[in-house]
Design a protein. Structure first.
Length: 219
């Protein structure tokens, strides 16, 4: 039975021209393991196979737009935002109530290209291929750089936590771009969201509220 369940715009470009790849090379080195951390997205097609219960196999299960899947015998559960290993653990935990020591495998047979999201005070907000922007600075650059109203010293970097929420940090891009700055560029992962608040928004909590309001419109 199934259950249905204030650096100027010019200065920003000078930064990319004057510092030839040093910062990005460091971030790319940290990014080498990203493919193993691929997080499932709505629209991905999954294969779920059981070792001792082949009648429960799901050779082609599509993740719904809301991020959930509806396997047999158990309640629907969230797949989007989780890695394959995390989803496997959740499925085994759920099936443990009806099966004796369930053992299964999960694989992504068709997937949406890894992507990131950039919103707020940038000139071209939207979704971008992760291969085009592997770091926070690259993401801002590919999104057309900051608008005049951008709060460059409090850029929000949000990462899916695999449980339907976000791990939220801030990045001081002004400090990153300064030759005397101590902040380092941030490598991105699939599903990350970069949100640039308005410069008039000085409180972190208010910026987070604005991000949470905006994020569902991109996903």
């Amino acid at each position: 039975m199934r259950l249905v369940y204030p650096l100027c715009f010019i200065g920003f470009f000078i930064f990319f021209l004057v510092l030839p790849g040093q910062l990005f090379a460091q971030a790319d080195g940290q990014f080498e393991k990203a493919p193993s951390l691929y997080r499932i997205q709505p629209g991905d097609k999954l294969s779920i196979k059981f070792f001792s219960n082949p009648d429960l196999n799901e050779p082609s299960m599509v993740v719904r737009p809301d991020g959930f899947i509806s396997p047999q015998l158990i309640k629907e559960l969230r797949a989007a935002g989780r890695t394959v290993a995390e989803l496997k653990a959740e499925l085994e935990k759920a099936y443990n109530e009806t099966l004796l020591s369930p053992m299964l495998t999960v694989s992504v047979v068709e997937f949406i290209s890894p992507r990131i999201f950039v919103g707020g005070q940038v000139n071209k907000p939207g979704r971008y291929d992760l291969r085009e922007a592997k770091t926070l600075l690259q993401a801002v650059f590919i999104a057309g750089s900051f608008t005049r109203e951008a709060h460059r010293s409090m850029v929000i970097h949000a990462r899916p936590d695999g449980k339907g929420d976000w791990i939220i940090r801030t990045a001081n891009v002004m400090d990153m771009m300064s030759q005397k700055g101590t902040s380092k560029d941030v490598p991105l992962r699939d599903g990350d969201f970069i949100f640039v608040p308005d410069s008039k928004m000085s409180q972190f909590n208010k910026a987070v509220e604005s991000f949470r309001w905006l994020a569902p419109r991109f996903l």
